[in-house]
Design a protein around this ligand. Structure first.
Ligand code: SF4
Length: 284
């Protein structure tokens, strides 16, 4: 079913961004609440912050990445707080997104790459995600979903089978620490990870290393042990905290608490990698 009174696609700005660090706000503001609800319920239209091409870090090979708008978490180190609000994104239909992707599909296949949906939190728009990833699989392109896993139950088993790889953000083990960092409970993410493991779906874990916030060795050891036990984690990406998103917090009038937090030292990064490697995982 079509969303009622679906608006014409927005001509400006371009769906393509030089990087996800571009600040984007209010591009879906003209979409009515009814159309937003219809889009969420049917998934024929989604809200995208942008497309970027040529990523080498969001899954295997060279990737085209679609960054979705909308996230219910409030990570203290989020570098894209403009993606928290769904209607900051550009309304895009599944066929429009697929048309964009088709331009690159031959190259992506030749370079053993693919398409990654990131965010924001893509599963805020789970129906759109399911439709789009199914369509992308239909043109033979590798699919990856970068998610915090909180709404993993919104995808059916069959839909999960159209996801070749899940990039799963594990932010902290201890529930209180997790809540301090993200504002949300960690249990749904763990449940989703276990479900992926039970279905033998491959995972790359993403762990953001923030001095003084997520660098407790005992906590990282628990994450590493959990990831190793899953038996489907192909690698762990340790992502050093940076300040590249700080300007967005300020421009959006948000309170940023990590102004004085340094990037992690090389020694801390190496120690963290060693913890994951010590659990038998490939960590980079
Ligand atoms: S889950 Fe991702 S997009 Fe959402 S607040 Fe955290 S870092 Fe930002």
């Amino acid at each position: 079913m079509e969303p009622a009174n679906r608006p014409e696609p927005h001509a400006e700005p371009s769906l393509h961004a030089r990087s996800p660090y571009e600040l984007r706000v209010d591009h879906g503001r003209h979409v009515s609440d009814a159309d937003v609800r219809a889009a969420l319920s049917h998934g024929e239209m989604g809200f995208l912050h942008s497309f970027t091409t040529g990523s080498m870090v969001d899954g295997p090979g060279v990737r085209v990445v679609a960054w979705t708008a909308g996230c219910m978490w409030r990570c203290a180190y989020c570098h894209n707080p403009d993606t928290w609000t769904m209607t900051n994104g550009i309304p895009v239909t599944v066929p429009q997104a697929l048309t964009e992707l088709r331009k690159y599909s031959a190259g992506l296949k030749a370079m053993a790459g693919g398409f990654t949906l990131s965010g924001g939190e893509p599963l805020m728009q789970a129906r759109f995600v399911a439709r789009l990833l199914t369509a992308v699989k239909g043109i033979g392109v590798h699919t990856a979903l970068d998610t915090n896993g909180y709404y993993g139950e919104r995808l059916t088993d069959e839909e999960l089978d159209h996801v070749d790889l899940v990039l799963l953000d594990l932010k902290a083990w201890d529930p209180e620490r997790h809540k301090r960092i993200t504002g949300m409970d960690v249990a749904p993410t763990h449940a989703f990870a276990r479900r992926l493991a039970a279905r033998r779906r491959p995972i790359w874990v993403r762990f953001v290393l923030v001095p003084g916030l997520s660098d407790d060795p005992a906590d990282i050891e628990r994450i590493a042990a959990f990831a190793a036990e899953l038996g489907v984690v192909q690698r762990v990406d340790v992502l050093p905290f940076h300040q590249m998103g700080q300007f967005k917090w300020k421009r959006l009038g948000l309170t940023y608490t990590l102004e004085d937090t340094p990037t992690p030292s090389q020694e801390l990064v190496e120690r963290t990698l060693d913890i994951f490697r010590g659990a038998g995982l490939k960590a980079v």
